[in-house]
Design a protein around this ligand. Sequence first.
Ligand code: MLT
Length: 240
Amino acid sequence: MQKNIIEVCFTPSDYDYFKGRFEIVVVIDVLRATSAICSAIHNGVNSVIPVSTIEEAKEYQDKGYLVGAERQGEIVEGFDFGNSPYSYMKPELVGKDVVLSTTNGTRAINIAKEAPIVVIGALTNIDFLCEWLIKQEKNVLCLCSGWKDKFNLEDTICGGAIADILIKSGKFTSDEDTSVGAKYLFQGAKDNYFGFLKSSSHRRRLKRLNLNEDIKFCLTPNQMDVIPILRNGRIEKLEF
Ligand code: MLT
């Protein structure tokens, strides 16, 4: 049996070296964009429109959309909310189309948008997502959002976890050292994500901003059976 490929790309700046060989790209920004998007879609938000720049976000706001905008972990002044998963669990957002712009996550989603299938991955939906990925019989790339085009630990660990689950299914294989490295990091972190990531730069940044509850939420696996999927510029719930 021919196995499918699963690889991990550490940063958006490395994406050019990988793209074109994968039918499915899983975009990962554990702290916090993709965890927030999973929460939004799980909690009944109709769609999340990911935009890369504050200018685009502002244009949507002027058209009357609700807009979340985050830079350096903080809510950008003048917008409705930022990037906390808890902001997207509010009853008033159910059924709404919400626009989101974040430092790295929404940029990574837009970088991957030409791929045949783009889905959103986080620790919060990891097992449900992997179950679906295994059934697709397609090549999968995990694109880590990183921090300003640099490697980060939390996205790499999540990519390593996805690679580990897919390879253990017996239907996938990987070849790149990025994927091997991501799996090693996942093995080291899996019993205590919170402790392992204590010294990660973005965890420290969020802690300084008193966002420990967000960190705990984002690092708690399998809270929701949801797969957000990008279609025509909007992230919606994949219905089965
Ligand atoms: C990002 O897109 O860089 C992040 O999700 C940052 C954050 O809000 O924690």
